[in-house]
Design a protein around this ligand. Sequence first.
Ligand code: FES
Length: 260
Amino acid sequence: MQYKIISHDQISPAYYHLSFYAPSLVETAKPGQFLMIRVLSDSFDPLLRRPISIMNVTPDGSLEILYKTVGKGTYLLTRLMSGMNIDVLGPLGTGFAIPNEPKNVFIVGGGIGIPPLYFLTRRLASNNIHDIFVFNGARSKGDLLLVDRFKTLTPHIFLATEDGSAGVKGLVTDTFEQVLRERSQTNIVVYACGPKSMLKSCASIALKYTGDIQLSLENQMGCGIGACFGCSIDTTMGLKCICKDGPVFQADTVTNWLST
Ligand code: FES
C-alpha cells in the first residue's frame, strides 16, 4: 500500500523522523510491530524494502517512524519529501504484551531500539495504572533519541551514554541494574529493545527479579512475513521467525539466540 507523507525531517546527522497518513494502519498497529518499507524508484530491487519499527500513531490517523541512515535503502528513504508517497507493508509481527493489571514497568532501550519503546510507553501510560521507568542509552548524546517525548510520559527517565556526553557515563544496563537493586520492587515487567549485547545483559540482570522479560529482537530480514525463513532462530519452542513470531519474545525462550 502507498501512503502520503505528511512530514519528513532530519533530526540529527544520522536520524530522520517521518510521518505519513495511514488511518487503516493506525487502527491496528500495536507497540513492537514493524513495517516493511520500500522506496518507490525505478528499481524493483526487493532488497530496498527495509524493516522499520513503528514509533507512534496519532488520533489524526498519522503513523510515525524514526530511522537511522545505514545503507542504500534508508539513504533513498531520506530523499522522500512531504506530499510524496511511501510504499509500506504492515503492520507486521507480534508486538509487546500489555498488562491489564498495575505493574512496575521497566523499559530499557539502546540507540535505534528506542522508537518502538516510545510507542509502548505511550500505550502503557494511557492505562494510567503502571509505574513506568525508562532507561534510554546510546553511544553519545547525539544518538539519544526521543528524550523530551519520554519526559511527557513519565518522571522516571534515566539516561546513559558510553562516552558520558549526556546522562550517566556507562552502559544503560548498568543504570538499569542499579535502579532495580535500589528499589527492590516486585510485580515487575521488563521490556527491552536494542543491540543484542544490551538485550543479553538486560535479560541476565532482570531474571533475578522477574520472569516477564520481553525482548524485541533484531535480525536481517528478507520478506518480513514468514515466507523466506531468512530470520529464523532457535527458541525453546523450536525454530521461529523473528518477523512473524516476533520480533518480541520472552527472554527465557530465546536464550540460545542470546548466547550466540
Ligand atoms: Fe522472511 Fe522472516 S524475513 S521469514
